[in-house]
Write a protein that binds this ligand. Structure first.
Ligand code: C5P
Length: 232
Protein backbone atom coordinates (compact mmCIF):
# COMPACT_ATOMS: atom_id res chain seq x y z
CA UNK A 1 0.00 0.00 0.00
CA UNK A 2 1.13 3.59 -0.47
CA UNK A 3 0.25 7.11 0.60
CA UNK A 4 -2.27 8.72 0.64
CA UNK A 5 -4.37 6.14 2.48
CA UNK A 6 -7.63 8.11 2.35
CA UNK A 7 -10.03 7.51 -0.55
CA UNK A 8 -12.69 10.23 -0.50
CA UNK A 9 -16.15 8.92 -1.49
CA UNK A 10 -17.50 11.41 -4.04
CA UNK A 11 -21.15 10.76 -3.24
CA UNK A 12 -22.49 13.69 -5.27
CA UNK A 13 -25.41 13.87 -7.69
CA UNK A 14 -23.58 15.80 -10.41
CA UNK A 15 -20.16 16.52 -11.86
CA UNK A 16 -20.47 20.20 -10.90
CA UNK A 17 -20.99 19.42 -7.24
CA UNK A 18 -18.15 16.91 -7.27
CA UNK A 19 -15.83 19.43 -8.97
CA UNK A 20 -16.61 22.05 -6.34
CA UNK A 21 -15.18 19.64 -3.77
CA UNK A 22 -12.28 18.33 -5.87
CA UNK A 23 -11.00 21.86 -6.52
CA UNK A 24 -10.22 22.04 -2.79
CA UNK A 25 -8.00 18.93 -2.56
CA UNK A 26 -4.83 17.59 -4.21
CA UNK A 27 -3.80 14.12 -5.42
CA UNK A 28 -1.06 14.01 -2.76
CA UNK A 29 -3.72 14.29 -0.03
CA UNK A 30 -6.32 11.74 -1.11
CA UNK A 31 -7.56 9.38 -3.77
CA UNK A 32 -11.14 9.60 -5.06
CA UNK A 33 -13.96 7.03 -5.21
CA UNK A 34 -16.63 7.32 -7.90
CA UNK A 35 -19.65 5.15 -7.14
CA UNK A 36 -22.97 4.35 -8.75
CA UNK A 37 -24.66 7.72 -8.22
CA UNK A 38 -21.94 9.96 -9.61
CA UNK A 39 -20.98 7.55 -12.40
CA UNK A 40 -24.60 7.34 -13.50
CA UNK A 41 -24.83 11.13 -13.47
CA UNK A 42 -21.46 12.14 -14.84
CA UNK A 43 -20.12 9.13 -16.77
CA UNK A 44 -16.76 7.93 -18.01
CA UNK A 45 -15.53 11.32 -19.29
CA UNK A 46 -15.78 12.66 -15.78
CA UNK A 47 -13.72 9.74 -14.49
CA UNK A 48 -11.09 10.21 -17.20
CA UNK A 49 -10.94 13.91 -16.26
CA UNK A 50 -10.06 13.05 -12.67
CA UNK A 51 -7.31 10.73 -13.89
CA UNK A 52 -5.99 13.54 -16.12
CA UNK A 53 -5.85 15.81 -13.08
CA UNK A 54 -3.51 13.27 -11.46
CA UNK A 55 -5.95 11.62 -9.05
CA UNK A 56 -5.98 7.90 -8.36
CA UNK A 57 -9.59 6.86 -8.97
CA UNK A 58 -11.40 3.94 -7.37
CA UNK A 59 -14.29 3.10 -9.71
CA UNK A 60 -16.73 1.45 -7.32
CA UNK A 61 -19.43 -0.05 -9.55
CA UNK A 62 -19.32 -3.54 -7.97
CA UNK A 63 -19.49 -5.39 -11.30
CA UNK A 64 -21.66 -8.51 -11.12
CA UNK A 65 -22.80 -10.07 -14.43
CA UNK A 66 -21.85 -12.92 -16.76
CA UNK A 67 -18.05 -13.31 -17.12
CA UNK A 68 -17.82 -11.85 -20.64
CA UNK A 69 -19.80 -8.75 -19.76
CA UNK A 70 -17.77 -8.10 -16.61
CA UNK A 71 -14.50 -8.72 -18.46
CA UNK A 72 -15.45 -6.19 -21.14
CA UNK A 73 -16.51 -3.61 -18.55
CA UNK A 74 -13.21 -4.10 -16.68
CA UNK A 75 -11.26 -3.60 -19.91
CA UNK A 76 -13.10 -0.30 -20.52
CA UNK A 77 -12.41 0.81 -16.93
CA UNK A 78 -8.72 0.03 -17.42
CA UNK A 79 -8.74 2.20 -20.56
CA UNK A 80 -10.09 5.07 -18.48
CA UNK A 81 -6.95 4.79 -16.36
CA UNK A 82 -8.63 3.98 -13.06
CA UNK A 83 -6.35 2.89 -10.21
CA UNK A 84 -8.79 0.50 -8.55
CA UNK A 85 -12.15 -1.05 -9.42
CA UNK A 86 -14.61 -3.24 -7.57
CA UNK A 87 -16.26 -6.51 -8.56
CA UNK A 88 -18.74 -8.60 -6.59
CA UNK A 89 -17.59 -12.03 -5.37
CA UNK A 90 -21.16 -13.34 -5.66
CA UNK A 91 -20.59 -13.23 -9.43
CA UNK A 92 -18.54 -16.39 -8.91
CA UNK A 93 -15.08 -17.73 -9.65
CA UNK A 94 -15.17 -17.63 -13.45
CA UNK A 95 -16.48 -14.06 -13.45
CA UNK A 96 -13.66 -13.01 -11.11
CA UNK A 97 -11.05 -14.81 -13.22
CA UNK A 98 -12.39 -13.19 -16.39
CA UNK A 99 -12.11 -9.78 -14.73
CA UNK A 100 -8.48 -10.46 -13.88
CA UNK A 101 -7.69 -11.75 -17.35
CA UNK A 102 -9.32 -8.70 -18.95
CA UNK A 103 -7.02 -6.19 -17.23
CA UNK A 104 -3.78 -8.14 -17.15
CA UNK A 105 -2.20 -6.40 -20.13
CA UNK A 106 -3.48 -2.90 -19.37
CA UNK A 107 -0.84 -0.17 -19.52
CA UNK A 108 -1.60 0.62 -15.93
CA UNK A 109 -3.34 -2.45 -14.50
CA UNK A 110 -6.13 -1.42 -12.12
CA UNK A 111 -6.25 -3.11 -8.73
CA UNK A 112 -9.25 -5.46 -8.55
CA UNK A 113 -11.06 -5.22 -5.25
CA UNK A 114 -13.70 -7.75 -4.31
CA UNK A 115 -16.89 -6.97 -2.47
CA UNK A 116 -17.78 -9.93 -0.22
CA UNK A 117 -21.04 -9.40 1.64
CA UNK A 118 -22.37 -5.86 1.91
CA UNK A 119 -21.96 -4.62 5.46
CA UNK A 120 -25.56 -3.43 5.27
CA UNK A 121 -26.60 -7.09 5.10
CA UNK A 122 -28.20 -8.49 8.22
CA UNK A 123 -28.28 -12.20 9.15
CA UNK A 124 -31.80 -12.24 7.72
CA UNK A 125 -30.66 -10.80 4.37
CA UNK A 126 -27.91 -13.39 4.16
CA UNK A 127 -30.36 -16.20 4.89
CA UNK A 128 -32.83 -14.78 2.33
CA UNK A 129 -30.27 -15.16 -0.46
CA UNK A 130 -29.61 -18.74 0.57
CA UNK A 131 -26.26 -18.45 2.34
CA UNK A 132 -26.15 -20.79 5.28
CA UNK A 133 -23.05 -19.54 7.10
CA UNK A 134 -22.98 -16.58 9.47
CA UNK A 135 -21.83 -13.22 8.16
CA UNK A 136 -18.25 -13.51 9.48
CA UNK A 137 -17.69 -16.96 7.97
CA UNK A 138 -19.35 -15.86 4.73
CA UNK A 139 -17.00 -12.87 4.44
CA UNK A 140 -13.93 -15.10 5.08
CA UNK A 141 -15.07 -17.71 2.58
CA UNK A 142 -15.75 -15.12 -0.13
CA UNK A 143 -12.43 -13.39 0.59
CA UNK A 144 -10.72 -16.77 0.12
CA UNK A 145 -12.50 -17.16 -3.23
CA UNK A 146 -11.45 -13.63 -4.22
CA UNK A 147 -7.80 -14.35 -3.48
CA UNK A 148 -7.91 -17.70 -5.22
CA UNK A 149 -9.43 -16.09 -8.33
CA UNK A 150 -6.64 -13.50 -8.52
CA UNK A 151 -8.24 -10.48 -6.87
CA UNK A 152 -5.87 -7.92 -5.34
CA UNK A 153 -7.97 -7.08 -2.32
CA UNK A 154 -11.30 -6.92 -0.59
CA UNK A 155 -13.66 -4.34 0.83
CA UNK A 156 -14.49 -5.02 4.47
CA UNK A 157 -15.81 -3.35 7.59
CA UNK A 158 -12.99 -2.13 9.86
CA UNK A 159 -14.13 -4.70 12.43
CA UNK A 160 -13.31 -7.50 9.97
CA UNK A 161 -9.92 -6.12 8.90
CA UNK A 162 -7.95 -7.77 11.69
CA UNK A 163 -9.48 -11.19 11.00
CA UNK A 164 -8.80 -10.95 7.26
CA UNK A 165 -5.29 -9.61 7.86
CA UNK A 166 -4.51 -12.47 10.18
CA UNK A 167 -5.86 -15.02 7.77
CA UNK A 168 -4.44 -13.64 4.50
CA UNK A 169 -1.39 -11.63 5.63
CA UNK A 170 -0.31 -9.09 3.00
CA UNK A 171 -1.86 -11.11 0.17
CA UNK A 172 -5.04 -8.99 0.13
CA UNK A 173 -5.29 -5.21 0.07
CA UNK A 174 -7.98 -4.26 2.61
CA UNK A 175 -10.23 -1.29 1.86
CA UNK A 176 -12.54 -0.20 4.67
CA UNK A 177 -15.49 2.20 4.66
CA UNK A 178 -17.41 2.96 7.86
CA UNK A 179 -14.81 5.41 9.18
CA UNK A 180 -15.53 8.34 11.48
CA UNK A 181 -12.96 10.62 13.13
CA UNK A 182 -13.45 10.90 16.89
CA UNK A 183 -16.29 13.33 17.60
CA UNK A 184 -17.67 13.34 14.02
CA UNK A 185 -21.37 12.55 13.51
CA UNK A 186 -21.96 8.83 12.92
CA UNK A 187 -24.52 9.46 10.14
CA UNK A 188 -25.81 6.00 9.11
CA UNK A 189 -22.59 4.17 10.06
CA UNK A 190 -23.51 2.41 13.32
CA UNK A 191 -20.24 0.46 13.66
CA UNK A 192 -17.85 3.24 12.66
CA UNK A 193 -14.20 3.22 13.65
CA UNK A 194 -11.65 6.07 13.75
CA UNK A 195 -9.07 6.31 10.95
CA UNK A 196 -6.12 5.44 13.21
CA UNK A 197 -7.97 2.46 14.75
CA UNK A 198 -8.93 1.10 11.33
CA UNK A 199 -5.29 1.30 10.18
CA UNK A 200 -4.24 -0.42 13.43
CA UNK A 201 -6.74 -3.20 12.65
CA UNK A 202 -4.95 -3.79 9.35
CA UNK A 203 -6.79 -1.58 6.82
CA UNK A 204 -4.65 -0.40 3.89
CA UNK A 205 -7.02 2.23 2.52
CA UNK A 206 -9.89 4.08 4.17
CA UNK A 207 -13.00 5.12 2.26
CA UNK A 208 -14.31 8.29 3.88
CA UNK A 209 -17.16 10.43 2.59
CA UNK A 210 -19.25 12.82 4.62
CA UNK A 211 -16.73 13.62 7.40
CA UNK A 212 -14.66 15.24 4.63
CA UNK A 213 -17.13 16.20 1.90
CA UNK A 214 -19.60 17.83 4.31
CA UNK A 215 -16.97 19.49 6.52
CA UNK A 216 -17.02 23.29 6.67
CA UNK A 217 -13.38 23.13 5.57
CA UNK A 218 -12.82 19.85 3.65
CA UNK A 219 -9.12 20.51 3.13
CA UNK A 220 -8.58 20.96 6.89
CA UNK A 221 -10.69 17.89 7.72
CA UNK A 222 -8.63 15.80 5.31
CA UNK A 223 -5.33 17.13 6.63
CA UNK A 224 -6.41 16.39 10.20
CA UNK A 225 -7.30 12.80 9.24
CA UNK A 226 -3.96 12.36 7.42
CA UNK A 227 -2.11 13.69 10.46
CA UNK A 228 -4.07 11.31 12.72
CA UNK A 229 -3.15 8.34 10.53
CA UNK A 230 0.52 9.32 10.40
CA UNK A 231 0.61 9.87 14.16
CA UNK A 232 -1.46 6.78 15.00
O1 C5P B 1 -20.03 9.27 4.01
P1 C5P B 1 -19.45 7.95 4.40
O2 C5P B 1 -18.05 8.05 4.99
O3 C5P B 1 -20.35 7.13 5.26
O4 C5P B 1 -19.28 7.21 2.99
C1 C5P B 1 -18.85 5.91 2.93
C2 C5P B 1 -18.78 5.44 1.52
O5 C5P B 1 -18.45 4.05 1.57
C3 C5P B 1 -20.08 5.54 0.73
O6 C5P B 1 -19.71 5.75 -0.64
C4 C5P B 1 -20.71 4.18 0.88
O7 C5P B 1 -21.49 3.79 -0.20
C5 C5P B 1 -19.47 3.28 0.97
N1 C5P B 1 -19.68 2.04 1.70
C6 C5P B 1 -20.09 1.98 3.01
N2 C5P B 1 -20.25 0.77 3.63
C7 C5P B 1 -20.00 -0.33 2.95
C8 C5P B 1 -19.58 -0.29 1.65
C9 C5P B 1 -19.43 0.93 1.03
O8 C5P B 1 -20.31 2.99 3.64
N3 C5P B 1 -20.12 -1.48 3.58
Amino acid sequence: MSEPRVIVALDYPSADEAHAFISQVRPTQCRLKVGLELFTAAGPRFVAGLVEQGFDVFLDLKYHDIPTTVARACARAAQLGVWMLSVHTLGGRSMLRSAREAVKDAGRRPLLIAVTLLTSHTARDVADIGLTDDIGSGVRRLAELALDAGMDGAVCAPQEAAILRERFGEKLILVTPGIRPAGAPGDDQPRAMTPADAIAQGADYLVIGRPITRAADPQAALEEINRGIAGG
